[in-house]
Design a binder for this molecule. Structure first.
Ligand SMILES: Cc1ncc(COP(=O)(O)O)c(C=O)c1O
Length: 378
C-alpha cells in the first residue's frame, strides 16, 4: 500500500485513533499523559461547570504568570494564552509576516508553512537535513540558504525556528539560539522561537530575553502533558509585543476553561512529571535504536531531544516512505511519511513519535523490521 500524506481517509484515520484501533505514533502527541493531578483538575472544573462563563480573553491571570515564571523570565514579560501553540503561531504570522518573507526549517512542521502561505507570505525553506549543520537550523544554515538561494536579505521579515526540531529531535543550545537572534538583528527581522518540545530537551534557551523587542517564544501544553485534544498553548515575550500580537488572535473570547485548568495543574506538577516522563522516553527511543537500526537504516539524531525521531533509509534508493507508512498501517501502526515534514527529503525517512506505552514501541519495532525485510527483499 502506497499512501499520500495520511494512509487512510481522514475520517477513518481519526476514527481508528479515537477508538484505539491503531497504534498511534504519527501525531507527536503523548499517550503517557496526562498526569493524575491534571486529570483531577479537569474533572473538578467540569463538575463545577466553570465553563458557564467566558474566560479572560488574554488567558487566566494565574496561568499567564505561571507560564512567565516557567520560562524563568523576570521583568516586563507577559504570556498570551492561546488555543494550542498553533493559534499563537497564527497570530504571530498575522502580526509580522502577512504578505512578507519568512525563513522556516526543512524538515519542519509544514502546517505552519501552510498557514504562512495562506496569509500571503513567501516561505523560504532552509535545508537543515545534513550532518554539516548537525540537522539543525543554525545561523550558518540560514546564512548559507540566503547566500545560495538568492533571497534578498532586506526582504526577510521573520525567521521561524522550531527548537527542538519536529521531526528530527535535534536541539539548538543557548549559543546557537543567540547566533540566530544576532542574525535576525542583522536582517532587521522578527525571530519566532517555537519551543513546543522544550520540556524534552537538556537545554532550554529562551529567545525573548535575548532581544525582547524582536523575539517571541511559543509553547504548547499538548506534548509534555498529553493534552493535544485540550488545545492550550502560549506566546511569551515582552509585554508590549505580546499586546500587539493579541490583536491578531482569532479567538476573542478566551480559551477553553477546562484546558486552562489543565494547564495550571500541569505547571504545578511539572517538576515531578517531566523527569519521570523523560526516563520513559529515554528507554523507548533506546528500544527503537536497538531494534530498528540496520544496514542502510539509521537514526540521524540520537538521542532525540523531542518526543519523536527520524528513521532514515535514504541509502536504499528504491524504498519510499509512502510504502513504508502504508505497509505499517496495514499492520495496525500509524507513523508519518518523511514527506509530511519535508517534501524535499521525505522519500527517505519516516517520523516516529515514541511517547507511547512500551508495548506499542515494541510492536512498532517488529512491524518495522517485517516491512523493511519485505521492501529490501531480505
Ligand atoms: C513545531 C510545532 N509547533 C506547534 C505545534 C502545535 O501544537 P499545539 O497542539 O499546541 O497547537 C506542533 C504540533 O505538532 C509542532 O510540532
Amino acid at each position: 500500500m502506497t499512501v499520500d500524506w495520511i494512509p487512510d481517509s481522514p475520517d477513518e484515520l481519526f476514527r481508528k485513533i479515537k477508538e484505539g484501533e491503531i497504534v498511534e505514533m504519527g501525531q507527536n502527541t503523548n499517550r503517557l499523559g496526562p498526569p493524575e493531578e491534571v486529570r483531577e483538575a479537569v474533572i473538578r472544573a467540569a463538575e463545577e461547570a466553570r465553563y458557564n462563563v467566558y474566560a479572560n480573553p488574554k488567558g487566566d491571570a494565574e496561568l499567564r504568570r505561571g507560564v512567565v515564571e516557567y520560562f524563568g523570565l523576570d521583568g516586563d514579560f507577559e504570556a498570551l494564552i492561546t488555543s494550542g501553540a498553533i493559534e499563537g503561531i497564527h497570530a504571530v504570522i498575522r502580526a509580522f509576516a502577512c504578505n512578507g518573507t519568512v525563513l522556516t526549517p526543512d524538515p519542519g512542521y509544514k502546517t505552519i508553512d501552510g498557514m504562512m502561505i495562506t496569509e500571503g507570505a513567501y516561505v523560504h525553506e532552509v535545508d537543515t537535513y545534513s550532518e554539516e549543520y548537525g540537522y539543525k537550523m543554525t545561523a550558518d544554515a540560514v546564512q548559507d540558504a540566503l547566500d545560495s538561494d538568492g533571497v534578498d536579505p532586506d526582504d526577510v521579515d521573520m525567521i521561524f525556528v522550531i527548537n527542538p526540531s519536529n521531526p528530527l529531535g535535534s536541539a539548538l543550545d543557548e549559543g546557537e539560539v543567540r547566533a540566530l537572534v544576532e542574525l535576525a538583528q542583522d536582517l532587521d527581522a522578527v525571530l519566532v522561537h517555537d519551543c513546543t518540545y522544550r520540556d524534552f530537551a537538556d537545554s532550554k534557551p529562551v529567545a525573548c530575553e535575548m532581544d525582547p523587542e524582536r523575539c517571541v517564544d511559543v509553547y504548547s501544553f499538548s506534548k509534555t502533558y498529553g493534552l493535544a485534544g485540550m488545545r492550550v498553548g502560549a506566546v511569551v515575550g515582552e509585554r508590549k509585543l505580546i499586546e500587539s500580537i493579541a490583536e491578531y488572535k482569532v479567538g476573542k473570547l478566551g480559551i477553553n476553561v477546562l484546558a486552562q485548568e489543565a494547564a495550571l495543574a500541569a505547571l504545578r506538577c511539572r517538576e515531578s512529571w517531566i523527569p519521570k516522563l523523560r526516563r520513559e522516553l529515554d528507554r523507548n527511543q533506546k528500544i527503537i535504536r536497538r531494534e530498528c537500526v540496520r544496514d542502510g537504516v539509521r537514526i540521524p539524531v540520537f538521542p532525540s531531544q523531542a518526543n519523536c525521531l527520524v528513521i532514515d533509509f535514504s541509502e536504499h534508493e528504491h524504498v519510499d516512505s509512502k510504502d513504508v507508512v502504508g505497509a505499517l498501517y496495514e499492520r495496525g501502526v500509524f507513523v508519518r511519511t518523511g514527506y509530511y515534514t519535508s517534501p524535499r527529503h521525505g522519500r527517505g525517512f519516516i517520523r516516529v513519535a515514541f511517547s507511547v506505552p512500551r508495548e506499542d514501541v515494541e510492536y512498532f519495532c517488529s512491524a518495522f523490521n517485517e516491512v523493511m525485510d519485505e521492501l529490501l527483499g531480505g
